[in-house]
Design a protein around this ligand. Structure first.
Ligand SMILES: [Ca+2]
Ligand SMILES: [Ca+2]
Ligand SMILES: [Ca+2]
Length: 492
């Protein structure tokens, strides 16, 4: 192992206490120039007013952003011309009643144009398949109702009649069958379920069986429906309460529901890729050491969740997709031994063990005594792996599992891993377990598909950090550092 390096120590320490402070990440990374696949809204987790709409590839490459103005952008939707946008902007970040609809565009040819103006929530816009109309939700008459407008925001009028106490939201409009799916809370049942209606507002039917929901824009019941590209299915979230959601798909002909993904946490804003092979959504998993909705990709069958934006600094506020080729086919998971990695000490000093003890979770550990740093006891290593691929872009996923423990634990103690973002020259916190307990072996794991966290030299670098409350010198014991990766399958 290499001795402690001053630069590395600075880099790790500088990011330990400021993981949320980054405002921009102008990343000139590999793959720049590739066509974007994802259009999404994100807000800084500790400063919602720092909010923007980005364009990225499915592997988190690219630096383009939509022309921005003040306010928190949400629910962006791409026009069928693949350029014009309709979105919600929260003029007072954190206040839903300040939400208004805006028009914009990817190429800047449409200036930010506000098309609603009132003191109530206007939200969840979607385009008609021919791009001539917008359907959206508004509380301008009290309960949330679906309204429609012309493509320029003119002629706003009630789209769907609903009885008193009914709350309609989250419309999505399918091209092939000209159907609109939306989420409705019915006052008499207290249930929010998905409904289908024809594009002309006729033929309203119940789609999903729904779940109990409270009044208003609350995070319960069936929400966020989105059609599959062939219009045969709808993916949606069934929100059990404010911290727990499940991802389902439902067959629009039979009404059969399929549970796709239950990560023990909150899910929002699922959207199919244009090829129908992936679903992009926001996942919040405190139990796994990840708070805040992070942009995640899963296979359409609900397997293989992977972080697209792995860091904790951004909250997802909506996602849409651009037309694109299906994701490349994948080879089987491969292990890369930690013995091949360059392991460096960023803080603390070895008290026993060595790199070879990191290979297996066998209770034979590398132990580091902490250094004192800014009222904390700190020990950290950095692991740099060079992936055995021809090009960085051949890596489709990286899975990391770390098993570690701290000798003492309190409210000021955290076990954490962060991954180096070379374009932004910072570490992004992928997973953190606050107050993990004294001497309790704790797993830190994350799976990413972000190539923004690899170098052109095919290196990926992440940390294992024990940050322990003030007091006597403490110990960080690391039992395992395990890395698997998925490479692009060779052409047949
Ligand atoms: Ca903004
Ligand atoms: Ca409004
Ligand atoms: Ca071990």
């Amino acid at each position: 192992m290499s001795p402690k390096q001053p630069f590395l120590r600075w880099l790790v320490v500088a990011t330990l206490f400021s993981a949320c402070s980054q405002g921009t990440d102008a990343t000139a990374n590999i793959g720049t120039g590739q066509p974007p696949l994802l259009l999404y809204c994100r807000s800084q987790i500790d400063r919602l007013s720092n909010s923007e709409i980005l364009l990225r590839t499915g592997q988190n490459l690219g630096t383009a952003r939509v022309n921005d103005i003040a306010g928190r952008e949400c629910s962006v939707r791409l026009h069928p011309d693949s350029n014009r946008l309709v979105l919600t902007r929260e003029r007072t970040p954190g206040t839903r009643a300040s939400r208004e609809l805006y028009l914009s565009s990817i190429d800047g040819s449409v200036a930010n144009t506000q098309i609603t103006n009132n003191n109530v929530q206007d939200d969840n816009p979607c385009w008609s398949p021919d791009g001539t109309r917008i359907v959206f939700a508004t509380t301008r008459n009290g309960d949330s109702q679906l309204y429609s407008a012309d493509a320029d925001g003119g002629n706003q009028s009630l789209f769907l009649n609903s009885s008193l106490g009914t709350d309609d939201r989250d419309p999505d409009w399918d091209e092939l069958h000209d159907k609109i799916v939306f989420a409705r809370r019915t006052a008499s049942t207290g249930t929010r379920q998905l409904m289908l209606v024809n594009g002309d507002g006729t033929g309203e039917v119940v789609l999903s069986r729904g779940a109990p929901a409270t009044i208003g824009d609350t995070e319960t019941g069936d929400r966020d429906p989105a059609f599959s590209p062939d219009g045969s299915r709808v993916v949606f979230v069934r929100l059990v309460n404010a911290v727990l959601g499940k991802l389902f798909s439902i067959d629009i002909t039979t009404g059969e529901e399929t549970l796709l993904f239950t990560p023990v946490g909150m899910l929002r804003f699922p959207r199919f890729s244009s090829g129908g092979d992936r679903i992009y959504l926001g996942v919040d998993q405190p139990i796994s050491g990840r708070t805040g909705l992070r942009l995640t990709a899963i296979h359409a069958d609900g397997t293989q969740p992977r972080l697209v934006e792995p860091g904790k600094q951004w909250l997802l506020d909506g996602v849409d997709v651009l037309p694109s080729a299906p994701a490349p086919s994948e080879s089987a998971l491969e292990n890369l031994s930690v013995q091949t990695a360059d392991v460096q000490f960023a803080s603390g000093r070895v008290s026993s063990g060595s790199k070879r003890d990191l290979t297996w979770a066998d209770s034979v550990e590398l132990k580091l005594a902490t250094d004192t740093f800014q009222d904390h006891e700190l020990a950290a290593i950095s692991c740099r792996f060079t992936l055995p691929v021809t090009e960085a872009a051949d890596v489709l996923a990286i899975e990391v599992r770390i098993v570690a423990r701290v000798s003492r634990s309190d409210a000021n103690t955290t076990l954490r891993s962060s991954i180096f973002n070379p374009g932004a020259s910072r570490y992004d916190t992928t997973v953190e377990k606050p107050n993990p307990g004294a001497q309790v072996p704790t797993t830190l794991s994350f799976t990413i598909q972000s190539l923004a966290h690899m170098t052109l030299q095919r290196d990926v670098r992440f940390t294992v950090i024990g940050e322990i409350g003030a007091g006597a010198v403490a110990e960080l014991s690391i039992d395992e550092v395990h890395l698997d990766f998925v490479r692009r399958a060779p052409p047949k």
